[in-house]
Ligand binder design. Structure first.
Ligand SMILES: [Zn+2]
Length: 84
């Protein structure tokens, strides 16, 4: 599961690899938002302009995409393997 070293956020992340279509629109810093559950699994991915291919790839390999904390905008993200 993703974990922000700065603010301990584990729920909402973006991707610096998928930049927003319009950088200033809505203050979004990523064209893709990943919502994670408490157990670290992806609950849903919201597209703010990202194409379908990118969304599918991010769901398959989330650790390769989600590297941006959307709570404090830090990129100090660590991935831990916590599975039941
Ligand atoms: Zn953070």
């Amino acid at each position: 599961m993703p974990y922000c070293k700065e603010c301990a956020n584990t729920r909402l992340f973006g991707s610096s690899k998928v930049p927003p279509v319009a950088p200033t629109a809505n203050g979004c810093v990523s064209a893709m938002l990943g919502h994670f559950r408490e157990d670290g699994q992806i609950e849903s991915i919201s597209s703010v302009g990202a194409d379908k291919k990118t969304l599918i790839a991010a769901r398959v390999s989330p650790e390769e995409y989600f590297d941006l904390c959307l709570s404090c905008y830090s990129q100090e993200i660590v991935w831990t393997q916590q599975r039941e």
